[in-house]
Design a binder for this molecule. Structure first.
Ligand code: GLP
Length: 260
């Protein structure tokens, strides 16, 4: 498809930036990449994300399952994060989101989200370690999808998250909570905590696909791609991954072309 502009940076790691014509093009490109991974390795391990950005990708995967017989029966999926302590039956949980927007509509039976049912520190620590072990037991994540939070988070790794962090309980950034407030019916209803895969967990994936859509992401995309790599903006760590592909729509990429 010649409509895409791909920028191959010559410094840092071998990440690529694709500025697609629009959101639909991102969804088709990314869904194709996920479908290829599943076809080439039926028992592949996918890392999945939530938020509004992946919705079109999931819709395209559902279409491929329905119309093209894309078979997820041997694949395993691990989600990045979950609000603490929203149990699966809570309609605002990411578990409910994944069920409604993907897993109820394809034939994947092995899908997991971080466990947010535990209450003591020790139990939480143990269930986070179990999540990491389960990922390892499946052979590690082949392809991880992530979005950019406006705070600079990936998963729910907010500013200050260390590059060697693994799955753990975290406190949400005020900006993250404010962004989620409309869907929760107001800020007081937004959880203050979440369990998220760590930066190390995310960067251990063999392929990383990062997507950003819309004008509201332009500033954090610019910072993530040009500021020094540090835990102040966890999304800068994407640049250290050996095989990261970044997909942006034109509004999200807008500030990349401006001179600093
Ligand atoms: C939440 C998720 C992130 C996601 C972010 C962006 O905070 N935990 O994983 O990247 O939302 O969401 P959106 O795609 O709606 O902008």
């Amino acid at each position: 498809m010649t409509r895409f502009i791909t920028i191959q940076p010559i410094r840092e790691n071998s990440y690529s930036i694709t500025i697609a014509e629009n959101y639909e093009e991102i969804c088709i490109r990314v869904a194709e990449q996920i479908a290829r991974a599943v076809r080439e390795k039926p028992n592949c391990v996918l890392g999945l994300a939530t938020g509004s950005s992946p919705l079109g990708i999931y819709a395209e995967l559902i279409r491929m399952y329905r119309d093209e017989g894309l078979d997820f029966s041997e694949a395993t999926c691990f989600n990045l994060d979950e609000y603490y302590p929203l149990l699966p039956e809570n309609p605002m949980s990411y578990h409910a989101y994944m069920k409604e927007n993907l897993f109820d509509k394809i034939n994947c039976r092995k899908w997991f989200l971080p466990d947010v049912s535990k209450s003591t520190d020790l139990e939480i620590e143990r269930s986070c370690a179990d999540y990491e072990e389960r990922i390892q037991a499946c052979g590690g994540i082949d392809l991880q999808l992530i979005g950019f939070g406006r705070s600079g988070h990936i998963g729910f790794n907010e500013p200050g998250s260390a590059p060697d962090s693994t799955t753990r309980l975290v406190k949400l950034h005020p900006m993250t909570r404010a962004d989620a407030a409309p869907s929760f019916g107001g800020l007081p209803h937004v959880p203050t905590l979440a369990v998220t895969m760590g930066i190390k967990t995310i960067l251990s994936a063999r392929t990383l696909i990062a997507i950003a859509v819309g004008e509201s992401k332009a500033e954090i995309v610019r910072k993530s791609l040009s500021d020094p790599i540090s835990s102040l903006i966890p999304a800068t760590y994407i640049r250290t991954h050996p095989n990261a592909r970044i997909y942006l729509d034109p509004p999200a990429a807008r500030l990349l072309c401006e001179r600093q």
